[in-house]
Design a protein around this ligand. Sequence first.
Ligand code: FDA
Length: 315
Amino acid sequence: MDASDLLRNSLLQLSKSGAVRQTIEKAPVSRSVVRRFVPGDRTGDAVSATAELRATNRLATIDYLGEDTTDLTQAIRTRDHYLELLKALSDADLSQHGMGEVSLKLSALGQYLPGDGHKIALDHAREICQAAANAGTTVTLDMEDHTTTDATLESLRELRQDFPWVGAVIQSYLHRSEADCRDLAHEGSRVRLCKGAYKEPESVAYQSSSDVDQNYVRCLKILMAGSGYPMVASHDPRLIEIAGALAAHHQRDADSYEYQMLYGIRPEEQKRIADRGNQMRVYIPYGEEWYGYLMRRMAERPANAMFFLRGLATK
Ligand code: FDA
């Protein structure tokens, strides 16, 4: 294991630490530094960020931050935030034709509640899907750690019976993902392919970045050759180039797939991709629960961690 793998594992460990979380969240300067990756706490902040993206022909998928809740009131609050957000997007004319869609974490909607957590999260997701349908947009189910993959894909199947446009996420670090891509590469199926952001054991996931990248390409080949709608979620220039070559090889029109990146990461490249006529969607996280999200971004790239630490030291 090299130094960057060690840093990555430590930061992923810290993303689960309540004590470190409280210290960082209370630091008076944290919020201004966080703004590069999370545009704000409120619905209006997410709507403004979406409007800014639209001005440069970029699309948005918005995530109300929060995960792993075992509190029903919190799960209900999260659902209500999404309902409010979808209405605000619609009122601002930012949701039509999927321009501003939403991304959901089932664990934030109650999946881990004891007893019927799966059903509670699914019911909440269904209400959000109905609101998205009313607003003329779509929903993508984020993928969390591997213990939830089967349950999330099961929820996806159930939601698609009423809302066939609900999107899934596949993580190329998981050994199972090629098979999942084959299952999902069908007409009407929206699949976001990413590398995967959680700390996963060797028994289920590739550990080296080259293995994860190679599996990304294998998965991408399946999705681009299929008849679904691939969503290429990566900042990796090599993978973005390969995606473009595969799309050309399969004679895909520019509106039959899209690229996706995270808010605040490679914004100039986002604009360049949109300017050359491809669809570019940006994942906008908003809300107060930014700690776990931010720690995962820092784990991905030491430069992100340095940006954050420098901000803490100098402000
Ligand atoms: P990686 O982090 O390996 O970076 C590869 C290369 O990209 C770098 O070597 C560099 O060249 C370039 N690069 C990266 N960051 C840069 C920066 N800040 N500036 C300049 N260059 C940079 N994960 C998950 O488990 N479940 C999910 O549901 C989602 N959802 C999701 C949605 C979207 C839209 C995105 C983009 C990502 C996710 N992810 C996710 C996160 C994903 O799994 C992954 O952790 C990150 O995207 C980082 O992986 P990359 O593919 O970007 O490559």
